[in-house]
Design a protein around this ligand. Sequence first.
Ligand SMILES: C[S@@+](CC[C@H](N)C(=O)[O-])C[C@H]1O[C@@H](n2cnc3c(N)ncnc32)[C@H](O)[C@@H]1O
Length: 213
Amino acid sequence: MEKDVVRTGYDVIATDYTTARLQNAAHPAQRSFLEELAVHLPRRAPVLDAGCGGGVPVTRWLSERFSVTGIDISDEQVRLARELVPDVQFLCRDMTVLDFPDEAFDAICCLYAMIHVPRDEHLPLLHSFNRMLRPGGFLLSCMGAGEWPGEVEEFFGAPMYWSHYDADTNLHLVQRTGFHVLRHEIVPDSLDPETASNHLFLLAQKPDAASTT
Ligand SMILES: C[S@@+](CC[C@H](N)C(=O)[O-])C[C@H]1O[C@@H](n2cnc3c(N)ncnc32)[C@H](O)[C@@H]1O
């Protein structure tokens, strides 16, 4: 099963991946999307980081401003995140079956993680994110930018699974879920420039109660 490949893969590569994530400067778009998200949120707003990995640099950045819950499917990533960002609550969870209450979060951040979920689950996952956001809440996501039905390949020496749609389809899915896309950008992968892969970064908003009536 694909999720077992992802879980066990990140259990094996957690330290190497997280070290590489820290050592390779992220594309400037990552910071600019995070800062744009932050403009919209009150200090200590409840934020979910879904697929948070080892908690650096993104969960840590969020936690300096907001009240963050980090979840990840990999026990080892969660263990690392608890060590590196001790003030945040981290839980080992599959983001496709989250049971946080409706409207629990002001924002959900999901960077480089949906690409590991089989793509026929992306629409239900976006619906679930929408459900967990308060009206007017924000989704900051990084999704695939090219067509990739799903395959296991090697990543940091371990088997890993990816699956995603192209950028236009992803934008359509996000809109179909009820979000307004505020901004989107195709961003080159800074961790592995040799693969020349791109990602779709997007900031989207769930309509507030007034605009849905
Ligand atoms: C490429 S890493 C990105 C980590 C972090 N978001 C970042 O920006 O550095 C992808 C992470 O998503 C997690 N992940 C993949 N599928 C998941 C799922 N179904 N539920 C929760 N976490 C998942 C992996 O375990 C891994 O830690």
